[in-house]
Write a protein that binds this ligand. Sequence first.
Ligand SMILES: [Zn+2]
Length: 130
Amino acid sequence: MQKEIITPAVASKALKIFQREVDNDGDPRSCMLQALKETLGSLIKYKGYHCPVCAACQTEMHPERNGVGVVDYADYGPVNLWEADLWECPKCHIQIVVGFGDYPISSHIEDDFDKIMELYGRESIIIGNH
Ligand SMILES: [Zn+2]
C-alpha cells in the first residue's frame, strides 16, 4: 500500500518548509492542499495503486487522511487496533477506510493497548468497527 498520501498535516508541513501561509500565487493552504492532492494523487495512481472509486458518483475518491486508527469491537469491548487510510468522495463526501496493514498495530491482550488507543485518539482519529 502506498503510504505517501497528502493530508492537511502534510500540506501544512510543506508550507512550513517554505515558511509561508500561502503558496506562490497567494492562495491559502486549502488551495495548496488541493494542488498537492491532485498532483500527487495522479502519481499514486500511476505507481500501480488505483484510488478507490465511488460507485454512486462514478468518480475517484481522494485521500483525506492517512494513519487513522480503526478499532474492532467484540461484545466485551475493543479487541484490535489497526492503522489504515481514510478516503472521501469529492462529490457526495461519503468516506471509506481502506489500506489496512497485514496485522493490527496493537491488541487488547497487550499491556500498552489503552495507551496506544489514547495516542491515536489524540494524534489522529479513531474509527470504531462494531
Ligand atoms: Zn460519491
